[in-house]
Structures are given as structure tokens and as C-alpha cells.
Design a protein around this ligand. Structure first.
Ligand code: FAQ
Length: 338
């Protein structure tokens, strides 16, 4: 029996003609594939709005990965030991790699990397709110690993089952690497938490500052999330923002206890009836202000990103010239191919 995928790629011209209910065969095949948990692939027909939503989310995700390199890279030269420096460099390089997988996934939707970077640099596309906060002490590297990578994993593991194939496959590898990142952050905080009183205080201060912004990473509350319902129908998102936020809180509370650290929320307590931890109100005004560009580091992050892009122009030009030389394309004869 032909799968829904076979039906939607082996289309005819008539597939674009609406039936009496106004639905095309293309649309019916797409809906059937999504309902059957099949993957939508780049050459398959897909609704324009599905494509636009994916480009928006994947681009935002890619931008977050590369802007997310900045707060931690800030500590590479000041890591307290060679071992810590090597781990941190590996982590920051991983984030660059995640950006590359994700830009590649976005390119399969017919958009170019240049276009996406241009939108980031001109403020027409977003990146995660979390990267607009400063890394004030070494303990922030631990707090980012434990909380920010922890929140990222909670959000991203379900994306491994996203209906769009290239995004889902990119997420599998990203999640494996994020797990390593989360553990290095946890281990770093454990060392500080069990260290001198000053080290413990530094770890606690970092957790106090990163906790609430980490909860905001999951996006606005469900009743203010404009994209969730449609994205869940298309099986891009599998859970709502609030569901994932709750899952993250439930995971973090026992981990904080093991670390000997306190989460900065006096309303945090186990709710027997719900089977979840209750938590205090999130300052959504702060979240929306950060999104508008008014967070503590928005300007610094985007200025640094633009500078890095400009300074890397010669590398892109050299890579393009090298590729042209080896393919015999513009600017090269192909004669140097080994
Ligand atoms: N920051 O309708 P919804 C990482 C925007 S990667 C900024 O709920 P949606 C790894 C949203 O775009 C972290 N903007 O939107 C790492 C929309 O605005 P738009 C990034 C946000 O898409 C670790 C508006 O608000 N992860 O950390 C945020 O259904 C350490 C309404 O929101 C991903 O991108 C926010 N936090 O749900 C790297 C995961 N939340 O676009 C380095 C993939 C919402 O209409 C170091 N993305 N907005 O202008 C997603 O899962 C979803 O896009 C959500 C938002 C859940 C983020």
C-alpha cells in the first residue's frame, strides 16, 4: 500500500486543484502524512504557512546557538584550570556546530544562510531571550550548563519527533551534545557547591540570577503563545510551553537539593494533587522587554555578532574561492584538483 509520503511526492498537476470542500490532494496527502507520524521531507509538498513557521523557528534556534556562544566564551580565557578551559572550549565549539546543522536544516526549506544572518543582524529575526543576560562570575558557566542547557534539552528532546525530517534529525545529535553540556554544568556547580563558603555563595548567586530567565526560555504562557496551537497541530511542537516549563521545574528541584543549592522561589512546593511542583509567578514584563531589545546585553550581543560576521568575511571569500577552484566554477579552472 502506498504510504502518505509516496502519495504526496508522486503528485500530478491535478493535485493542486481544490475539491468541493476547497482542499487539494496535496493538502490531503500532507495532512495524512502528519497524522500517520510520517516525516515531511524537503521535496514534499507542504503548506506555505508550515514552511514559514519552520523557517521562523529553525532560524531562531540557529541564531540562539551562535549568539549563545558569547556569554560562555567570555570565560574561556579566565577558566580556573586547563581541564575546565578545554571542556568549555569544546562546549562553545559544539554550539557553533549546532548553529551549522540548524542553518543547513533551514536551507532545505529554500532559504539561504546569508538571508537568515542578514535578518538576525538587522533585528528581523529573534534569538533566545536567555542570551541577553551577562555572565558575571565563573559560576555562571555552571549555571548556564545546568539550567540553560537543561531547559534546552527539555524543550528539544520532543523536537527529535518533529514532523519535518531535517529538523528532527538535526535535533537528535544536538540533544546528545546538550546532555554532555548539562552534565558539565552540573558537575561544575557541584564542585563549587561543595567548595569553600565563598565558592558556594558564588554558585548560589549564579543560580539566583539564571533561574527565572531559564523558565522564560520556554516562551510565553500558553494563553499568550500565538504559534503553539498550529505548531502542535502540525506536530512541529509536541508539547505546550507551559507543559515543558513544568517538566523542567519538576526535574530541577531534586537536582538543586543534591547540589546543596536553593532555587530562588519561596512559592516552590510539591503539590500532591497535581503531582507537580507549584512555582511562583514569572515576570513576563521582563521577558517582553528583553524580546523588544531592552535586556541587559541585547546591544552588546548583536554588536559583537555583526563584528564577528564582518571580520569573518575574508574566511567566507577564501572558502568560496577554494571551492570554485576545486569544482572548476567561477574564478577557477579545476586544474588543481588532486
Ligand atoms: N526568546 O507563540 P510562541 C539553547 C517568541 S537553544 C525569544 O510561544 P513558538 C542551546 C516567539 O518566537 C535555545 N523569543 O512561539 C544553548 C514568538 O515570536 P515571533 C533556543 C521567544 O515558536 C545552550 C513569540 O515569542 N531554543 O539554549 C522566546 O511557538 C547554552 C510568541 O511565542 C530554541 O529555539 C524566547 N525564549 O514557541 C546554546 C528551541 N519564546 O517568532 C548556547 C526551538 C518565545 O512570532 C549555550 N524553538 N519567543 O516573532 C521552540 O521550541 C519555540 O520556538 C519556542 C517558542 C518554545 C522557543
Amino acid at each position: 500500500m502506498a504510504t502518505a509520503a509516496a502519495q504526496r511526492t508522486a503528485g500530478t498537476e491535478a493535485d493542486g486543484t481544490p475539491d468541493t470542500a476547497g482542499t487539494t490532494a496535496h493538502q490531503r496527502a500532507f495532512d495524512a502524512a502528519v497524522a500517520a507520524e510520517e516525516r515531511i521531507e524537503p521535496r514534499d509538498w507542504m503548506p506555505d504557512a508550515y514552511r514559514a513557521t519552520l523557517v521562523r523557528q529553525i532560524a531562531q534556534h540557529a541564531h540562539s546557538e551562535i549568539i549563545g556562544m558569547q556569554p560562555e566564551a567570555n570565560w574561556i580565557t579566565r577558566a580556573p584550570s586547563l581541564r575546565r578551559k578545554a571542556i568549555l572550549m569544546a562546549k562553545v565549539q559544539d554550539e557553533a556546530g549546532h548553529g551549522l546543522y540548524l542553518y543547513s536544516a533551514a536551507e532545505t526549506l529554500g532559504t539561504s544562510r546569508d538571508e537568515l544572518l542578514d535578518k538576525l543582524h538587522s533585528g528581523r529575526q529573534k534569538y533566545s531571550s536567555i542570551f541577553n543576560y551577562p555572565t558575571l562570575t565563573w559560576a555562571d558557566v555552571g549555571a548556564i550548563g545546568w539550567l540553560v542547557d537543561g531547559a534546552a534539552i527539555t524543550n528539544q528532546v520532543p523536537l527529535c519527533r518533529c514532523s519535518y525530517g531535517p529538523y528532527a534529525r538535526a535535533m537528535v545529535r544536538i540533544c546528545k551534545e546538550e546532555s554532555f553540556h548539562q552534565r558539565q554544568g552540573y558537575e561544575l556547580l557541584l564542585a563549587l557547591g561543595k567548595g569553600t563558603p565563598e565558592q558556594h555563595a558564588m554558585a548560589q548567586d549564579a543560580v539566583n540570577r539564571w533561574w527565572w530567565p531559564s523558565l522564560m526560555m520556554f516562551g510565553p504562557p500558553d494563553d499568550e503563545s500565538q504559534h503553539s496551537a498550529q505548531s502542535m497541530e502540525w506536530k512541529i511542537k509536541r508539547h505546550s510551553n507551559d507543559e515543558l516549563r513544568q517538566r523542567f521545574v519538576d526535574i530541577c528541584v531534586p537536582q538543586a537539593e543534591s547540589l546543596g543549592l536553593t532555587l530562588p522561589d519561596p512559592e516552590l512546593r510539591w503539590n500532591e494533587e497535581r503531582g507537580h511542583y507549584d512555582f511562583g509567578p514569572i515576570d513576563w514584563t521582563e521577558f517582553w522587554e528583553v524580546l523588544k531589545g531592552n535586556g541587559p546585553c541585547n546591544e552588546q550581543r548583536i554588536t559583537q555578532r555583526r563584528r564577528a560576521h564582518d571580520e569573518g568575511a575574508w574566511v567566507r571569500e577564501a572558502a568560496a574561492a577554494h571551492a570554485a577552484k576545486h569544482t572548476g566554477g567561477a574564478g577557477g579552472t579545476g586544474a588543481t584538483r588532486a
